[in-house]
Ligand binder design. Sequence first.
Ligand code: G3P
Ligand code: MG
Length: 250
Amino acid sequence: ANATPKVILPRVQAHRGAKGVRPENTMASLREALVQGASWTEFDVKLSKDGIPVLYHDQDLKRTSGLDGLVKDYTFDELQAIEAGAWFAPSFKGEKIPSLEEVLQFHIDNGLHANIELKPSDGEEAATARAVVTLLNRVWPDDLAKPLFSSFKREALAVVRDLAPSFPRGLLLYDDTSDWQKHAASLNCTTIHLWHKMFTPELITEIKQLGYGIATYTVNDVDRAKELVAMGVESIITDFPKEMIEAIGI
Ligand code: G3P
Ligand code: MG
């Protein structure tokens, strides 16, 4: 069996960039995370119609662009023509849906760490993971720590495990934590990323005893974050990185 890749989790990860004050999953949001002092970002990746990995959270374009249709039905060039900032505030007009390649280059140039959430469109779980691994192999320098690959979709993490076993994997869980041990073991995961409402002291103890790192999303209340850190949670994914770093460190 392959050794489980190692990761040193930060205290704070900037959720979709600095989502609280910038349009999520845009270069503006990632730049702001850096300005706010974050050492790690989290963002969501899916494929355009022509197979280019881009940053986008939802399956469809409605919420942030008003357009009908699914992200996976637009080519990369078509996605580039979509306004991705004005929905958040008029001053962000002109922001685009970034390619993962541009975003990786930004992380490389600035020494930023990334939690790449594989958020495939339905039916594209394996293809999304393959495309992201291929891109990483092309652009990510050998001497930099690999990004962490997280996903709710075990099929996507299985592709990363099989194609790129040295890329660390994080198992994302929402409100169903059943069988998590089995899935984390079979995917050879390094970290477990839990919705913050699911934590119990018993679950944290169990995760730690089995040797996994623990991250949680999405926590914007600093008192709640301090409570979670005191319970043993290592890493807080937040929309407000500056305030969180001030409260619990980096
Ligand atoms: O990766 C943690 C968190 O981003 C998962 O939920 O919906 O914000 O992608 P979501
Ligand atoms: Mg996410």
